[in-house]
Structures are given as structure tokens and as C-alpha cells.
Ligand binder design. Structure first.
Ligand SMILES: [Zn+2]
Ligand SMILES: [Zn+2]
Length: 419
């Protein structure tokens, strides 16, 4: 925690914030020296989400997914949350499984509305459904905004992907827009040229995001840089080492780039045939040695390796591979790793967050349900309702609730049967 003023603001923000602050006050992680029995040790390794305001010229990056397409409870697929000192938040990729980690940060969904996709492999965008629908049910008042690259044909681009995601989720959309409110169910997609080289794709509020091409499983993937307050965070996405990354990631403050396990580990642990292991590791992706070589050229203040299943059986081998060619500052990323970046230093910590997150309200309220939305019920299905049993059973509870909140027109059946 930065100071008492920060703590006070957090308490005011939410009850959860209060609980966390109390917990932090009494249970610091070990670090430094405790000089009296009632003392607490300074916090060195742990970030408790929701308890630290960023300084105006600070960037915080949280890894919400760092793993592989094959699902694992302990490690989701690619997702990074980048928070800037001006209050903005940016989600870079939202791979399968990553939403649970993002949600565990308990950030109001209205702020989690800007998503930048590096490419359209599902391990980089598969959890868009959880953010879209989950945030909608949890009070997000606004639409999602998605940025992503074009493809060799329109059908291989981000716009096609998002438009067809909404088609795929049409029943979900249609039923929710009736019951909740329609606007948060929209996705506004900005597709930009995947061949654009270091061009600006977003510029607002002191934050500039640029993209350049990546070399991955086919045309389309890109890498991003985010510049804020004279600092630069680079997110490589999936790529073989490429000339654009060498040039435009140069001198990044934090350079995140994939580093794949060597082919032997893919054969032994991932059940891959040797030829596929060779291609996966070292033709469409970046081996540890190649990652190290890239970082030795780019010379970031801090390098982050990700996109490997991070465990005892793998991390040391990959670390040794990287150290064959790079001896600079390095994080071997895993989920919920956190980096704070200022002009003075880059720190790595682990976030400690709840397994049982709830959505937290933001200042903007979601609009109420819109009148006049067509119901999506037939008479046949509605006549299957057992109102004569259920309604008397729940009447007292619902009457008390309606009275407390001044609700009217709670008889949905009558409303729907009017049509
Ligand atoms: Zn990929
Ligand atoms: Zn990937």
C-alpha cells in the first residue's frame, strides 16, 4: 500500500476493498525485519488486488493467462491486463480460461471494456464469451470494444470473428437483451491492417497503442506496444522471432514474448509426435534459446517469457535454454504474476486473490430493461409453467422484496402473455 489516503479511498470504494484492506493490515507477507511482537513485515512479494492506487506515471501489468491451448486448472491461456496511471485498463488477449483470473481482480466490469487481440487462435480469444456475457449479467453498462488485426481475407479477420461470435451467441444475446438491457451485449470491433508496421491503432488519454506484424501460423497475427508516460510495454502475442519485434520492441520497459518448451518436453509431456513437436516449438513459435537471442537484441529493462506450462518439470529446462543466450532481467511468467513499472524500477510480484470473486459495482449503473423488447417465449412453453404451485410458495418473499424496492409489474407471465 502506498499511503493512508490510498487505503481510505479503497475502503470507500467497496466492502470487498474494506475486507481486503483489513486482511492486508494484519497479514503481510514475509519480508524485511519485524522488530517488535506487534509489528508487521513490509510486503515484498505479494500484490493484493484492489488495495493499491497506481501513481500517475506508473504502469501495472497482470498476467491473467500464460499457458497453452490444452486446458489446465492451474494456468489459463494468454491474457494480460495493463493498467495505466491515468485510470485506463486494457486487456491484451483473453484466452481460454483467463476470465476467472481477470474476474478474481474484482475490477468493475465497466472498466474491462477494451480488448486488444494479437490473433484469433482461441487460446488468445476464447474467453471473450465470459467477459461479454458475465460482465453483462454483472452490471456492465457499456458495450465491449475489441481491436484486432485483419487477415488475408475478410473471413480471417477480427471483424468476421466478432460478428460471427455474436451470431454463435445469438440465443444468449436475444434472451439477455430481453431480460437485462441490450447495450452491453454489443461488441464494437475496430479491425486494422495486420501488415501495418508500428502504426497507431489506439490513442486516447495519453495512451498510445501500436501494432506490427508477427510471424506465426499464418498471416494475421500481430504484436502490440503500449506507450504511457514515457514508458513502453510490449506484448508479442504468438510469433517466431521476427525483424519487426527486434526493431520496435527495442528498449521496452517490459517486453512480453512467448518462449516455448523445447521439443523434447512436448514429446514427453504433451504427447506430441516428434515432427509436430519440432514445428510447434521452433517453427511457428519461439524456443527458449531464440527468445533469449531476441531479448539480447531488444535489451528491455525487463523480459517476460510466457506460453509454457510452468511447473517443476518444465521451468528449469526452459530457463536454462533462455540463459544460453540471454542474461538480463527475466520473469518466467505464470498466472497472476504482476509487474509494476515506473521510471525507477520494474518489480515482479504475485497477486493473491480470492477463489470466490464477486462482481464489484462501478459508478455507472446499467440501464433498466427496455420495454417493448419482443419476448422469446411461445404460448406452448409458457403454459408449461407451474404457477399455481410456485407462485404461492414464493409470494411472501417476493411481496416483501417488491415493497422494499418499490417494484411493480412483477408478474412476468402476464406481461409476456399480453403479446
Ligand atoms: Zn497462436
Ligand atoms: Zn498461443
Amino acid at each position: 500500500m502506498k499511503n493512508a489516503a490510498t487505503t481510505c479511498r479503497v475502503i470507500a470504494q467497496s466492502l470487498i476493498g474494506l475486507l481486503l484492506t483489513v486482511a492486508v493490515g494484519t497479514a503481510f507477507a514475509a519480508g524485511g525485519t519485524v522488530t517488535d511482537p506487534a509489528g508487521v513485515a513490509p510486503d515484498r512479494y505479494v500484490y493484493y488486488p484492489g488495495t493499491e492506487a497506481l501513481a500517475e506515471d506508473e504502469i501495472r501489468v497482470i498476467a491473467c493467462g500464460t499457458g497453452m491451448p490444452a486446458a489446465r486448472r492451474g494456468q489459463a491461456a494468454t491474457c494480460y491486463l495493463v493498467e495505466t496511471g491515468n485510470g485506463d485498463k486494457f486487456i491484451f488477449d483473453i484466452g481460454s480460461g483467463s476470465m476467472a483470473n481477470l474476474a478474481a481482480l474484482m475490477i468493475p466490469y465497466q472498466y474491462l471494456d477494451k480488448i486488444f487481440l494479437t490473433h484469433l487462435h482461441t487460446d488468445h480469444m476464447g474467453d471473450i464469451d465470459g467477459l461479454w456475457a458475465g460482465g453483462w449479467t454483472a452490471g456492465r453498462p457499456n458495450a465491449l470494444r475489441v481491436w484486432g488485426p485483419s487477415g488475408m481475407t475478410p473471413e480471417l479477420g477480427t471483424k468476421y470473428s466478432m460478428d460471427n461470435f455474436l451470431k454463435h451467441a445469438n440465443w444468449d444475446y436475444t434472451t439477455r437483451k430481453f431480460v437485462i438491457t441490450p447495450i452491453p451485449g454489443n461488441i464494437e470491433t475496430t479491425e486494422f491492417d495486420y501488415k501495418a508496421v508500428n502504426e497507431v491503432v489506439y490513442q486516447e488519454n495519453g495512451v498510445t497503442i501500436r501494432s506490427w506484424p508477427a510471424v506465426h501460423a499464418g498471416d494475421g497475427p500481430i504484436s502490440y506496444s503500449l506507450e504511457f508516460s514515457g514508458m513502453k510495454v510490449v506484448i508479442g502475442g504468438d510469433t517466431f522471432p521476427n525483424k519487426w519485434f527486434l526493431k520496435y520492441a527495442k528498449d521496452a520497459d517490459l517486453a512480453i514474448h512467448e518462449a516455448f518448451m523445447g521439443p523434447e518436453l512436448f514429446v514427453g509431456l504433451y504427447n506430441m509426435p516428434p515432427q509436430l513437436a519440432w514445428r510447434a516449438c521452433c517453427a511457428f513459435h519461439t524456443s527458449g534459446q531464440a527468445f533469449g537471442k531476441v531479448m539480447s537484441e531488444v535489451k528491455p529493462r525487463h523480459a517476460v517469457a510466457y506460453h509454457f506450462l510452468n511447473e517443476e518439470a518444465t521451468r528449469y529446462r526452459l530457463y536454462d535454454n533462455i540463459r544460453e543466450t540471454y542474461d538480463g532481467p527475466l520473469s518466467m511468467a505464470t498466472d497472476m504474476m504482476v509487474w509494476n513499472i515506473t521510471k525507477d524500477k520494474v518489480t515482479e510480484r504475485m497477486a493473491v486473490s480470492t477463489e470466490e470473486a464477486w462482481a464489484v459495482s462501478g459508478p455507472t449503473r446499467q440501464a433498466p430493461p427496455e420495454r417493448g423488447q419482443p419476448p422469446v417465449f411461445s404460448k406452448f412453453i409458457l403454459e408449461g409453467r407451474w404457477d399455481e404451485g410456485a407462485q404461492p410458495a414464493q409470494k411472501r418473499m417476493l411481496d416483501e422484496f417488491a415493497e422494499k424496492y418499490g417494484l411493480q409489474d412483477q408478474d412476468w407471465r402476464k406481461q409476456m402473455m399480453k403479446k
